[in-house]
Write a protein that binds this ligand. Structure first.
Ligand SMILES: [Zn+2]
Ligand SMILES: [Zn+2]
Length: 169
């Protein structure tokens, strides 16, 4: 599957991305893991995920794409296509999914936002992010950010944790 993506021309990848992902993009709000405090839209924007409606419902991230002129069809993960679209010069390993993988910085398997994706060579780099709360924002009751701490991962996880600044902080 992954090697077939490498065989597609950059132009075809662009076409497929536009037809399958961009034209049907749905923006999904980040899941706030901490206290329920509304953060500023500018702060939240980079944490928003992208999906297409049926993918979000299935939570799988699978799409069908037409590969050849003859109509041969290929099942592909939307985020693999998005990664290749955003990184046309990167050779995606043919063993993708079997060691090397496209890792979700947001932890959401349906997401195909390129800034939420990175290629990792070993599966352990993917699983290392499980359970991470992401970047923590400590916010005053007025909604002002008093403090921000990035998670220990690099690049940092695209998850938001907000905590209300308590009277004793
Ligand atoms: Zn995402
Ligand atoms: Zn993390």
């Amino acid at each position: 599957m992954a090697s077939q993506l490498n065989q597609l021309t950059a132009r075809r990848i662009n076409e497929l991305y536009g037809m399958k992902l961009e034209a049907h993009r749905v923006v999904v709000e980040p899941e706030d893991l901490g206290d329920e405090i509304a953060l500023d839209e500018d702060i939240l924007e980079p944490y928003k995920c992208w999906t297409v409606e049926n993918i979000q419902r299935n939570a799988q991230g699978r799409i069908r794409i037409q590969v050849g002129e003859g109509g041969s069809e290929l099942k592909c993960f939307s985020y693999h296509l998005a990664y290749k679209w955003a990184n046309p010069d990167v050779e995606v390993p043919s063993t993708l999914g079997n060691g090397p993988s496209i890792d979700h910085l947001c932890g959401r398997a349906f997401c195909h936002r390129p800034s939420h994706l990175q290629l990792v060579q070993e599966h352990k780099h993917n699983t290392a992010r499980i359970g991470c709360f992401g970047n923590m924002f400590v916010v005053t009751e007025q909604g002002e950010i008093a403090h921000c701490t990035q998670c220990k991962h690099s690049p940092s996880c695209m998850k938001v944790y907000t905590s209300l600044l308590g009277p004793f902080n």
